[in-house]
Write a protein that binds this ligand. Sequence first.
Ligand code: PMV
Length: 369
Amino acid sequence: MERLGNTKLTLKMTNNNCVIYRCPSNIALVKYWGKKEGGVQLPANPSISWTLSDLHATTKVTRTEIEANFSRDIQFDFYLAGERKSSFEPKIRQFLERILPFMPQIKDFKWKIESTNNFPHGTGIASSAAGFGALALCFAEFQRMDFESKSENNPMRNEGEFLKIASKYARLGSGSACRSVYGEPGIWGETVSWEEANDEFAVPFNSEVHPSLKNWADVVLIVDDGEKSVSSTQGHDLLKEHPYAQSRYNQAQINLSRLLSLMQQGDVKGFISLVESEALQLHSMMMSSEPYYLLIRPNTVALIEKIWRKRSENQWPMAFTLDAGANVHLLYDKSYTSEVMNFIEAELLPYCKNSLYLCSDIGSGPIKI
Ligand code: PMV
């Protein structure tokens, strides 16, 4: 196995027709919410996330050459946890159509895509970031192998170049997935605060993060595991006519810039307050969309208030954040693991659906298997 994102990758090619990658999910600290007009999946504002190393998708892609593909259709089958899932096929077809201009060989093969998540399906966790991250890495790997067999000068031999391409492909599947290809925090979207950042693919925040913000973990407190009433795709769309959209995009630019400094300086208090404010801004955009909607639930609010109370009593370095759903992510400094876990067990479990929570470390990238 080869770990990507935080160590060097050595190229190892054994079988040109089968690739397997494991890719983690991620949780945004500054949120992507809203797309630019024109282009495909370009963010209206920059975002940054932490990689949830222990919540991941593993995807195996096998290809079989098609003798004569007269129809020139993209041919694939998709399996999730061993079962054929035709309901997922339109999104995967769209992904393959979007990367086709960069990989015309897609039409020369029939593809079998087998994916599994290591977290229970229907926990409201953003499985699309892990799923499209793993899928994109597999297709980028096929492209790298095909280049290698044809040319001496394979630009994808360079790990950084490979990851940029994988990140771009992941973005074309699901925007936030593009940040999952790095173990380091992933920055996505143009910003003056980080020179390499751009809308096409995420880049790693490989600056020196202060030790006080290097060793954190996430506990996802499951409040609701049902279908969301408004999907992320619909939510992004509602920003087009949103009266506060431009202010939010400006604020996200400012917040990203501030967050990078806070992480470098190790200003934990500032970090906590910015991360929590971002989560509430995301949901306030939902509440002020037309039509307006609510994804948080009474237990989301109860958990947030419990976390605030505990923090004001004990000064523990912990923060909540939310993605586009009701679940609460509790981010905390791992030197407080036993205190935080006792707190969860004693006080937070009653607010979790079926007493379910998921734990993850932060900061290890994808693995080629
Ligand atoms: O990648 P999408 O289209 O599912 O959008 C996800 C957006 C948030 O999770 C709410 C925020 C983010 O930056 O991940």
